[in-house]
Design a protein around this ligand. Structure first.
Ligand code: SF4
Length: 356
């Protein structure tokens, strides 16, 4: 199937094009299946910032580390977050746990409810990270916590929105992206309206795309056809999952619990409308306010060899990093893109590492 689509791509592309796959899941599929090696000459793929773990600001990780070290706090989050370094080299939540902090791994945010109920003398803090795909689960946690009147549970919120980040990349004077493969799982939740609006404003084609090798190739084919035709339109190449209106229940939950706000993305700076904050009725669950922490401002990157910023902006690829595969490996990561299961550095390390 991918070989057929490769032949169709070659027949469709009459000139060079540069396109970005937004989601880290798509980056992993491209490298795992060698899809970039099936493309016609001149069709260039840029890896996008679609890894929520990777774009979480170091300052917010620092806040999580500070909270996790407090004796009264149980800090809980998804597995990848436990190994993401903060500003100081080698500082991560696993290290705080090794030093005696109470850090728990959750597979669902709702597990924080039982944790808070079972530990009434402790403050349970959930470090909530992810795109619109996981934000509804955090919203459900907050709704249930409010209904139960849980006073010992709060959320350190780092949920981000993908469409504003795509627009910010296009507005960068150094932008090279001529079209996007959009993240199918985000569109499954949010629908396609905000992508249609982005296309209308920015006049670039966008194709909603899935994550299997044939999905990615089919999305690329549609994108190249739109580019060749000079048609800045939105297309849906993931129709078996994505509906125009998305998931109405999830959207209603997000609208109840969160408000859209500007948010700093690691490597991209502060993005207008780039994330979620607490709606007024839920502000009492904001861990920043409860513990008197300053919100992340997206300040300067830590002084490390890590070039995750340029990688997340699509200006560099992991092998450009001097630490790739030597000082930085999945076992000893220096940056989030090597930690996360959606990170570009982890993908290159797993599928493209040169033999030593
Ligand atoms: S290889 Fe490691 S140090 Fe280099 S950019 Fe990736 S995460 Fe950062």
């Amino acid at each position: 199937m991918s070989a057929d689509l490769s032949a169709q791509l070659a027949a469709s592309a009459s000139r060079p094009w540069t396109v970005m796959e937004v989601c880290g899941g798509q980056t992993h599929a491209i490298l795992r299946w060698g899809l970039d090696q099936l493309l016609p000459p001149g069709l260039r793929l840029i890896h996008g910032p679609g890894c929520p773990v990777c774009v979480t600001p170091a300052e917010l990780i620092d806040g999580a580390l500070e909270l996790a070290a407090r004796p009264e706090v149980i800090l809980c989050s998804y597995g990848d977050m436990l190994r993401v370094p903060g500003s100081a080299a080698g500082a991560d939540l696993l290290g705080v746990r090794a030093a005696g902090g109470d850090v728990r791994l959750l597979t669902s945010p709702l597990q924080a409810i039982a944790l808070a109920q079972g530990s009434p003398a402790c403050q349970v803090v959930f470090l909530a990270v992810g795109f619109e795909t996981t934000a509804p689960a955090t919203a459900l946690l907050l709704r249930q916590a409010r209904q139960l009147g849980l006073a010992n549970l709060s959320v350190l919120l780092a949920h981000v929105r993908v469409a504003p980040a795509m627009e910010a990349l296009l507005q960068d004077p150094a932008n090279q992206v001529q079209g996007f493969l959009a993240a199918g799982h985000v569109a499954a939740v949010m629908g396609t309206a905000e992508l249609s609006e982005l296309v209308a404003r920015q006049r670039v084609p966008v194709v909603v795309t899935g994550f299997g090798p044939a999905d990615v190739m089919a999305g690329l084919l549609q994108l190249v056809q739109l580019l060749e035709a000079g048609t800045p339109a939105l297309a849906n190449a993931y129709g078996r999952v994505v509906r125009e209106r998305g998931n109405g229940s999830a959207q209603a939950l997000l609208a109840e619990v969160f408000v859209v706000m500007d948010r700093p993305w690691r490597g991209l700076g502060t993005i207008a409308g780039g994330g979620f904050g607490f709606a007024p009725a839920y502000r009492g669950f904001d861990a920043l306010e409860r513990f008197g922490l300053a919100p992340a401002q997206g300040g300067p990157q830590p002084q490390t060899p890590c070039i995750s910023g340029p990688i997340l902006q699509g200006r560099a690829i992991p092998p450009d990093c001097p630490a790739f595969g030597s000082a930085c490996t999945p076992e000893r990561p220096l940056g989030a893109p090597m930690v996360s299961s959606e990170g570009a550095c982890a993908a290159y390390y797993r599928y493209r590492r040169q033999a030593p």
